[in-house]
Write a protein that binds this ligand. Structure first.
Ligand code: AMP
Ligand code: MG
Length: 343
């Protein structure tokens, strides 16, 4: 009788544990100008809580450190770079600098986080998502395009860094979110969490599964409120999108958005949205921004150079362009037929 009771208690305890570990834990955190939603699966409530507290602290720290216009490590770094004098850089910033230099060259220089002065000139340095801005003077745009601040103007040797162009102004708005998501995933993994989704306003990395199934994600439609389609994500994949609908203002009925072509100094015109699937979320983030800028003739080279898995671009005429693999995985909500980008 006593033995039976013990066995029953054990079964009860085990099923209790199983229930806890089957639960999905979600936390929403406001950071990087958006809502970051972290979902953990197959983890106990107390482990999830502890991990999510750390994630929240880490997110707030990163957002403050990398802010483009409020006083931050980046605004201090910009002053040092603009001075032209050599200086020793904060160890934590070095991987960010090195990776963004590499992504600049692999993206054929369409992803250029050194053009902060142009982005500021266009009036996008405002916390308010409802941008109020006017067109900047053409002479100032042209002057910055001519001076061509870029990532090759940052010379790094060991821990010493020097800027060679006084117009360099780093703005990691096109990539910090992806870099940050990777840091968070590493934090989760270090705590033994192997099933998670970090969703930073539709920009996502997943590891493992949600309960027994692959994580499922939706893709924004630049033309409509409801998503364009959805797909299942494989463990370790990231999906990031850029679009002209995310931050913009209008003058005389024309839209001016926040992604600037470094070659013209003006908001890009060919694409309305770009979505990238890659392993590293920092790469996916930078690549989605680059694909908003690049002409169609460079899409495939960028895909190969940056090691992207899949790309999807919605051009101004509403056409969806994607590689064959993306088309096979994507379930569209409308009867549109994507145009396959030839390899
Ligand atoms: P995303 O939504 O990732 O495409 O990031 C857009 C942000 O990237 C803008 O708000 C700017 O801060 C920054 N940005 C704009 N144009 C570029 C560019 N050509 N290269 C790198 N960053 C850019
Ligand atoms: Mg980006």
């Amino acid at each position: 009788m006593k033995r039976l009771l013990l066995i029953s208690l054990c079964i009860l305890a085990l099923s209790g544990c199983e229930k806890a570990s089957n639960q999905v834990h979600v936390r929403q955190i406001t950071s990087f100008g958006t809502t970051v939603e972290v979902t953990l699966s197959a983890v106990s409530a107390s482990d999830a809580d502890q991990a999510l507290d750390i994630i929240e602290q880490e997110l707030n720290y990163m957002h403050e450190q990398w802010h483009a216009w409020r006083p931050s490590s980046i605004t201090r770094l910009n002053k040092q770079l603009q001075s032209g004098q050599p200086f020793s850089v904060d160890e934590q910033l070095l991987p960010l600098l090195n990776q963004s230099k590499e992504l600049y060259s692999k993206s054929l220089s369409y992803f250029n986080p050194a053009i902060g002065k142009l982005i500021e000139l266009w009036g996008f340095y405002q916390d308010n998502p409802q941008i109020t801005a006017s067109l900047p003077p053409e002479t100032m745009i042209n002057q910055l395009v001519l001076s061509d601040p870029n990532m090759d103007n940052i010379v790094i040797s060991d821990y010493e860094v020097r800027g060679t162009n006084s117009d360099i102004q780093l703005d990691f708005g096109g990539y910090a979110k992806g870099y940050g998501v990777q840091q968070l995933i590493e934090q989760l993994r270090a705590r033994g969490i192997t099933n998670a989704m970090v969703n930073a306003g539709g920009d996502i990395k997943v590891i493992g599964k949600r309960q027994a199934r692959n994580w499922r994600v939706a893709i924004d439609d630049p033309y409509q409120e409801q998503p364009l389609g959805w797909l299942y994500m494989e463990s370790g994949e990231s999906i990031f999108s850029s679009g002209d609908y995310r931050r913009f203002f209008e003058v005389d009925g024309k839209r001016y958005h926040h992604i600037i072509d470094p070659n013209t100094g003006y908001p890009t015109e060919q694409a309305r949205a770009a979505t990238v699937i890659a392993h590293d979320p920092a790469v996916a983030d930078a690549a989605a921004t680059a694909l908003m800028v690049a002409p169609q003739s460079d899409w495939l080279r960028i895909m190969q150079n940056m090691g992207l898995k899949h790309i999807l671009i919605v051009t101004n005429d509403g056409t969806l362009h994607c590689d064959q693999g993306f088309a096979e995985r994507l379930t569209l909500f409308s009867a549109r037929k994507p145009h396959i980008i030839d390899k």
